[in-house]
Design a protein around this ligand. Structure first.
Ligand SMILES: Nc1ncnc2c1ncn2[C@@H]1O[C@H](COP(=O)(O)OP(=O)(O)O)[C@@H](O)[C@H]1O
Ligand SMILES: [Mg+2]
Length: 215
């Protein structure tokens, strides 16, 4: 479903170093993967490459057998949803953000209150400014946005790093629920092995430019 085929990616700050070194791996649809790796090893760069936000030097990245670099960027954005450590928003209120996502995905008749309930947020929050919410609540808004756009793939870059243990636990549980309900291929990057084991059906390690299966 999402395949790295002999991918090479050099470090932009020291081009003789490779973040990905002849890296090959096939992520299967509807599975949840966690990728661990030390800080600076290239986890964020890998996710950005998987989403065609950064170009690779050699090799191919295939999304359902199509070379991702040949797809229209908007098509990639629709099929792959991204979540970061610190959520990024487009509009002021929660409702505006969900509305933007739904329009981007060309979906109408979405019941936003129902989306809020699925991510365990009070529907009254729809009218709140996103900046008034805690980071954990903002992460839930991001997941509601993912439910609105209905991608095939969810990529998460250390979404729990800025959260305390209990809040992180709640977010990981919710990500697991949503991934399974929606049948998403989920790739979750973290430097915390306990979080990787909690969510990942498969745990991989990125080191020396390659992905290795840990469990
Ligand atoms: N767009 C890019 N292309 C190539 N290298 C990059 C890019 N952005 C950051 N880097 C470099 O990649 C290395 C790994 O960074 P990063 O992917 O952020 O690691 P991690 O997320 O595992 O902490 C860093 O040395 C950084 O300078
Ligand atoms: Mg990172």
């Amino acid at each position: 479903m999402l395949t790295l085929d002999s991918v090479w990616k050099s470090n932009s700050e020291s081009p003789s170093e490779f973040i990905l070194k002849d890296c090959s791996f096939s992520f299967q649809e509807r599975r949840i993967y966690a990728i661990v790796g030390t800080s600076g090893v290239g986890k964020t760069t890998l996710l950005r490459a998987l989403n065609n936000l950064v170009p690779i030097d050699r090799g191919r990245i295939l999304l359902a057998e199509q070379d991702i670099s040949a797809l229209h960027p908007a098509e990639v954005r629709r099929r792959i949803s991204l979540m970061f450590q610190t959520p990024a928003f487009v509009g002021d209120s929660v409702r505006e953000n969900l509305d933007f996502a739904a329009r981007f995905a060309r979906r109408d008749k979405i019941e936003f209150s129902a989306l809020m309930e699925r991510v365990h947020l009070n529907p009254a929050f729809l009218n709140r400014d996103v900046t008034q919410l805690s980071v954990g609540q903002q992460q839930r808004v991001c997941l509601a946005r993912t439910l609105a756009t209905r991608p095939d793939i969810l990529l998460l870059d250390e979404p729990t790093s800025a959260l305390d243990d209990d809040t992180a636990d709640g977010i990981l549980t919710l990500v697991g629920e949503i991934s399974k309900q929606e049948g998403l291929l989920t790739i979750f990057v973290t430097h915390r092995r306990s979080h990787a084991r909690k969510l990942g059906e498969h745990v991989l390690e990125l080191s020396d430019g390659q992905l290795r299966i840990l469990s």
